[in-house]
Design a protein around this ligand. Structure first.
Ligand SMILES: Cc1ncc(COP(=O)(O)O)c(C=O)c1O
Length: 424
């Protein structure tokens, strides 16, 4: 039985093998009490990235065009290979490219082209809106007979049964692609990547995983699961920085998959300046234009920290943090009208916990503006609390719950009702 007292939290923090990683991130000296629970949206700034950013700008200023020969030209592939270590991929199977939304469009279109005669993409209603929009655009581009089927869920758990039915039912032969968020952005539901991929393949379809909310907190083995395609954000748990380029994975065995947005950087010889250049090898063929060097380079320090910490230790701490938060929420927040909207099974959730409340937006505003605590709000009624194991401790969990109780009991909802910010 977990000790939910403050002494219990202190003992866990004292024994935490990852505690030292907190110091690898920048913290605002002017706000030492801040508890940052939004690393699932925008991760913290690694200290090494702050130094690196200055160095990158200096290189640009001093080395000018010569710097392309000093590691910049291959940056998407080199950091892709580091990311490959994190997701169970081989060198050459991952590149840094575009935003997740664009990477989704490219990979989904490639999958549809590789399954002629099949016209359906399956996803579920827990998926991120940008994913569904990109999948619909890919279906539209493939032809008027193509479309996206959105399987319904209970709002918390992925559509496991509905997917299994769809893949074994009379229309299974129409399914070209299944695309899902491994960890759902609203509820934190986490799919079994290997089992689901196997089920999709048995129906003759391809699979495209969105790893935005899982990479860096959930152990992932794309190779062992024989995943075809995957994309994911690097600015959440990987701490790559606002708008840092996405990871894009293409299984080396899927040589038939072709980039629908071809350009010189995805060709086999960009510097030949030929109209007829062929595709580059591996995931590099999914590149299009010049890499965003500054933001691509800044992905590496966060990936280094994650690899150093080790995914097993990260997952163990992530699970312990979310378990503790849920237990304390049951005790102290349920009586105040909060309801758990995340799976209770730790094996089936990522590293954030969502609570619904009729006044969720006002509670969120009160926490941010009065209480040095940053969760985020997703309409209509969800507060999400992200637990990034590299910089959140057990005492932070206890203190966050105490602050939520405090803002609600002190009338914070009345003070902040109706107040909105651009990014809630
Ligand atoms: C699950 C998921 N997929 C896709 C995206 C879109 O990423 P981007 O805006 O970088 O294209 C996000 C952004 O938060 C996300 O959470």
């Amino acid at each position: 039985m977990t000790d939910l007292t403050p002494a219990g939290a202190s003992a866990l923090d004292a024994a935490d093998p990852l505690a030292g990683f907190r110091g690898a991130f920048v913290h605002d000296d002017a706000d030492p009490d801040l508890i940052y629970l939004d690393g699932n949206s925008l991760g913290r700034l690694p200290v090494a990235s702050a130094t690196m950013a200055e160095d990158l700008v200096r290189q640009w200023g001093h080395r000018l065009i010569r710097v392309w020969n000093e590691g910049w030209f291959e940056i998407a592939q080199r950091i892709g290979d580091r990311l490959a270590e994190l997701v169970g991929a081989e060198p050459g199977e991952v590149v840094l490219a575009d935003s997740t939304s664009i990477a989704l469009y490219k990979t989904a279109t490639a999958a549809l082209q590789a399954r002629p005669g099949r016209t359906r993409i399956l996803t579920d209603d827990l998926n991120f809106p940008s994913d569904v929009q990109a999948l619909r655009a890919a279906a539209e581009a493939a032809g008027p007979d193509h479309g996206v089927v959105i399987l319904p869920t209970d709002g918390i758990h992925g559509a496991v049964g509905a997917l299994s039915d769809a893949l074994s039912g009379p229309d299974a032969a129409d399914v070209a692609l299944v695309s899902l968020s491994q960890v759902a952005f609203r509820s934190g539901w986490c799919w079994d990547l290997a089992d689901t991929t196997r089920m999709v393949h048995e129906a003759g379809a391809l699979v495209l995983w969105d790893l935005c909310h899982s990479v860096g907190v959930v152990p992932i083995d794309l190779g062992a699961a024989e995943v075809d395609l995957a994309v994911g954000c690097t600015y959440k748990y990987l701490n790559g920085g606002p708008g840092s380029p996405a990871l894009l994975y293409v299984n080396a065995a899927r040589t038939e998959l072709r980039n629908p947005l071809r350009g010189w950087l995805g060709s086999d010889d960009p510097m030949a300046f030929s109209f007829d250049a062929g595709p580059a090898e591996g995931a590099s063929r999914f590149l299009t234009g010049t890499p965003p060097v500054l933001s691509a380079a800044l992905v590496e320090p966060g990936v280094d920290l994650t690899l150093e910490a080790g995914m097993d230790r990260i997952r163990a701490k992530s699970t312990a943090l979310t378990e503790r938060f849920i237990a304390l929420a049951d005790m102290h927040l349920a009586p105040l009208g909060f309801e758990l909207r995340t799976p209770r099974d730790p094996g089936r959730r990522g590293s954030h916990v969502s609570l619904s409340h009729v006044e969720a937006q006002a509670v969120g505003q009160a926490l941010v503006n009065e209480s040095h605590t940053i969760p985020d709000f997703r309409p209509p009624d969800l507060l999400r609390f992200g637990f990034a194991p590299l910089y959140i401790g057990y005492a932070d969990v206890d203190e966050a719950v105490r602050r939520i109780v405090e803002v609600v009991e002190s009338g914070g909802i009345d003070r902040w009702r109706g107040v909105q910010s651009v990014v809630p």
